[in-house]
Design a protein around this ligand. Structure first.
Ligand code: AMP
Length: 500
């Protein structure tokens, strides 16, 4: 069996690390990623191209790097690089990636995590003569403990990235138990935290999700029984014409191969804990979670905000993108006209071209440009999804005042973010979360708005049409579904959960 892993088309070699070069470095202080994963099993179809378009739909989940791995019964080939999906893959890359199965990944790298090619996924590794490529969304909380307890048993890691730890464990247990399914099952018994993972071998796709279901993962079916698709969000199914079948259940493992779809409950499901921030900000509005489109949930959030935090104004506007459906809902519920006040530059993204000092000072203008004629002289209700550090809102309020707004009333479709996330959404250390140490009035003063109101947690949950018991709301209430080991809490928490 052979394999190739390439940096785009520039470096076709896999850097082979001799045993003595294995490195045991410390786990990064910050969550590394909150990414998009995609997988397809479809013999006879252009699986690389299907994955390419799936990754396009998941681009909002990560713009740092992108990669596709294809299994063609003989080998697994990976192409990955830093940058947006459209930048990483050329037509010729896709032409050379032929096979029956493919997985893909878009990576979101957060503050403190290095922007290196090595961290791009899928992660390729060997189990004896078999190749596997692995892509992961989420964050484990016991990486350090696992490493420490397992290195005595001969398991070695090249780094401490969560994804490599999972791949190494799957490899170790597969060799011990002879089958990759058992390797995955044993791994799932040990790893704790958030994980939605897809694996490609030469001829099969595996998908598995943590027992709390913190990060989303869905199963879809291609038209005419052409094959199966797994995606972080349903928008990844829609773009390739796949029909939504169901969520991958918490603790479940799927295997898709020539034998069809095989399902097993690999570890017992725990209290369902889908990340509520997916509804607030992260997921695309056209995706479906818990039987609710995110657009509709966000529109409801705005309608509830209008009831909880009414104010007299001339126009309701949203901060693109996630604030716009909520602004529509606010306008409908309040009777105050909706208007567009900001245009988003969609293509600036993470370009890897650093702006000059002059451009950096323009800050938010790189992304958002005000429509002066729509704003000037008006009392505005401005709906945004969240305030994390407070910097975005502060710049935004100034931008709107500079454009001539008479009043700016900020309305936020989530409660104050008070607790950091350990499961893959980059919400900083607690000290950096402005809501953890400042009252609403102090935040209002800091961002310079005429008024500020947050949506209550009860109304946020009600907007989703699902019970609070189905969610992880830890960033708002400090109730972490998976216990956070001391080594991971260190440096992130200024307060103990329960005393906030
Ligand atoms: P700030 O208050 O300056 O930290 O920025 C908050 C804004 O950033 C919100 O309006 C969101 O649109 C966006 N945002 C919230 N959470 C995240 C996240 N984890 N990663 C990137 N952007 C985020």
């Amino acid at each position: 069996m052979s394999s190739t892993e390439s940096r785009g088309t520039t470096d076709p070699s896999i850097p082979a690390a001799p045993a003595e070069e294995w490195i045991f470095s410390e786990r990064p202080e910050h969550p590394e990623e909150a990414c998009g994963v995609f997988a397809v099993y479809a013999p006879g179809q252009d699986v690389a191209r299907l994955t390419y378009f799936g990754l396009h739909a998941l681009q909002h989940r990560g713009q740092e790097s992108a990669g596709i791995a294809v299994g063609d019964r003989e080998t697994v080939t990976v192409t990955k690089n830093l940058g947006l999906v459209s930048k990483v893959f050329k037509e010729s890359d896709l032409d050379s990636l032929t096979g029956d199965v493919a997985i893909g990944h878009t990576r979101y790298s957060t503050t403190g995590a290095s922007t290196s090619w090595e961290n791009a996924q899928p992660h390729l590794s060997a189990i004896g003569t078999q190749m596997i490529a692995l892509a992961h969304n989420g964050n484990l909380v016991n990486t350090t403990e696992l490493r420490d307890s397992l290195k005595d048993r001969g398991v070695r890691f090249r780094s401490t990235t969560d994804s490599e730890v999972i791949a190494t464990l799957v490899g170790h247990f597969t060799q011990a138990h002879a089958h990759i399914r058992e390797g995955i099952r044993e791994t799932m018994k040990l790893i704790r935290g958030a994980y939605a993972v897809v694996i490609s071998t030469e001829e099969a796709v595996y998908a598995f999700r943590d027992p709390y279901g913190i990060r989303p993962l869905v199963l879809g079916k291609l038209a005419d029984d052409a094959g199966w698709v797994v995606s972080s969000e349903t928008c990844g199914l829609d773009i390739v014409g796949a029909e939504f079948v169901r969520d991958v259940a918490p603790g479940e493992m799927l295997k898709i191969s020539a034998l069809g779809l095989e399902v097993e409950q690999a570890v017992p499901a725990q209290k369902p804990s889908l990340c509520i921030f997916e509804f607030v900000y992260f997921a695309r509005p056209d995706s479906l979670m818990y039987d609710c489109t995110l657009y509709e949930a966000r529109r409801q959030m705005g309608a509830f905000l209008a009831k909880e935090a009414a104010v007299e104004a001339d126009m309701v506007m949203g901060v693109p993108d996630s604030g716009v459906p909520a602004a529509v809902g606010y306008a409908q519920a309040s009777g105050i006209p909706f208007g567009e006040g900001l245009v988003k530059n969609r293509y600036v993204g993470r370009t890897f071209i650093s702006p000059s000092q002059y451009l950096r000072q323009q800050g938010i203008r790189l992304k958002l440009n005000p429509l002066k004629h729509a704003i000037a002289g008006k009392r505005l209700i401005v709906v945004d999804d969240s305030i994390v550090r407070g910097n975005t809102s502060r710049k935004l309020v100034q931008l709107l005042r500079d454009a001539g707004a008479a009043e700016v009333h900020m309305r936020i479709t989530s409660p104050p973010v008070v607790w950091p996330c350990f499961y893959g959404i980059d919400t900083d250390t607690q000290e950096q979360l402005i809501g953890s140490s400042h009252s609403v009035e102090e935040v209002r003063d800091y961002i310079g708005a005429d008024s500020l109101a947050y949506l209550s947690l009860g109304a946020l949950v009600a907007s989703t049409g699902t019970e609070k018991s189905e969610f992880c709301c830890a960033c708002f209430d400090g109730e972490y579904p998976v216990a956070i080991p001391e080594s991971v809490r260190h440096g992130k928490l200024a307060l103990e959960p329960g005393c906030g």
